[in-house]
Write a protein that binds this ligand. Sequence first.
Ligand code: FAD
Length: 518
Amino acid sequence: MIRKETKPESLAEFATDESGIVQARDVEAVCFPESEQEICELFAEANETSTLVTTSGAGTGLNGGRVAIHGGLVLATQELRAPQPRELPAIEAEQFGKQYVIYLDQERLEAHVPAGVSTELLDQMLPEGLLYPPDPTEKSGFIGANIACNASGSRTFHYGASRHWVLGLRVVLPTGDIIDISRGDCTADSELRFASQSGREYAIPLPSYQMPAGKNAAGLYARPGMDLVDLFVGSEGILGVISEVRLKLTERPDNILGEIAFFPSEAEALGFIDDLRTAAAGAMTVLSIEYFDSNSLGFMEHEVLAGKDYGAAVYTEVVGTLDELDPLIAALDANNYAADWFAEGGEEAAEQKGFRHSLPDEVHSYLRRHNSQAWTTDFAVPAEKFPEMLQAYHAAGVALREKFPREGKHYLVFGHIGDYHLHVEFIAHTEDELRLARQLYADLARQAIAWGGTVSAEHGVGKKTLTVNGRTIPYLELMYGKQAVMEIARAKQVLDPNLILNVGNMVPKQYLQEMAAN
Ligand SMILES: Cc1cc2nc3c(=O)[nH]c(=O)nc-3n(C[C@H](O)[C@H](O)[C@H](O)COP(=O)(O)OP(=O)(O)OC[C@H]3O[C@@H](n4cnc5c(N)ncnc54)[C@H](O)[C@@H]3O)c2cc1C
């Protein structure tokens, strides 16, 4: 029988996610299914009693996606086990005091992984020479959630987002049907037609909007000829519960070299990045290009920064030997670098990763100390619009600072510059500052869209809303219009006729009710 927790302290653990933007209300219980069968039973009961169900991973999401704002049941995925033993070598490990098993097909470079395994644990479970390349900064997130959000990370520059590494999925649909799908099984014409294991047939109409060409995690994937697997990757849990993923692996490069270069100014750092791109287009394998503006460096603590006042820094990982670094050295020299920190793998490389990953932690602890709030963008734009977008980011941050002069930082700009995807984090010490930050954010979102970009390149849209001209609308409406949001709602309804699962993600409840009423 499925384990259910109703104690206030258990419910409190699932009351929000890392973003804190929304809070759960009227949750009846948190359920911990261990098998697909238990999820099916939960859905049967929920459909019968019209109870909403919200799926949760580790809660590191940044859009309120796992938060049950309309009440009902929370379906926690951390205890889900592999659906069936496979005739493949099993690797076991412990997480939350429980044993987890993944199955490995070393010849085909494939792993079958239950949804509740964290990316950190997966990395530890894989044999040393193998790599699951998507590299989100937050390692405690679960693989099921990573796929549900099409997570990406610094190495997406070279390896692509999670989507590229998903070969197949097992999904429990809200109808209680199970599907086991592989790439190539089902591709779309105007619909995606497929049957579940029980033989029930489904036909999902494809949404008609055109997705941005670049990095994107906003809305259901929709493209002519698309694969059914891609519909579920990045679907933010509105179509079903991913119970197991079949991942493609690659051989782990054994000579990843890390370089963090510090520059007197942003312009010089941008010149270095341009040269790195040219090197990457040539013979050099560049895995990542990450950026820190001077405000970001102001939050970070490390001996390399002690007593220094750099204008910007760039972190890059390249694959090669010391003899193959000429393009990197030439790029440094050509752009007047002030200092650098080079790592030839091992502990030093891990320390550099720690340095990169320490930024969000440092900012969060600053926010807690100052009892202040942050409002962070996740926009990406096409390459040709990136210089203007970066200017717009700084102009917005400066506008906040000039309107509310005070001690401390008002904003920072950092992240995945290799993919033209920087995060601007506005820091608000008061409600008035927050109001302006949100307005500046909405203006930037419109600008990113107007330039062919996305409102979410990696975090997904979840339950995020924007206030535009006094109207509060879901993120996707700003990007694609309301008709597109309703198309997503109709696709959802095919798999979730009673509209019980992950209500509020991508499509607000009110829109689902509008659709149901017509
Ligand atoms: C410091 C920090 C850094 C981060 N860096 C990155 C980054 O570099 N790249 C990035 O992409 N994200 C990043 N994130 C965001 C977050 O870690 C990812 O979105 C991650 O995928 C969420 O995983 P989770 O297990 O915590 O999911 P949760 O927050 O619990 O849930 C996320 C969403 O997935 C759905 N979901 C969960 N499990 C399933 C399932 N089995 N089936 C269907 N739907 C499911 C939930 O309903 C919810 O909508 C960062 C977050 C933090 C706090």
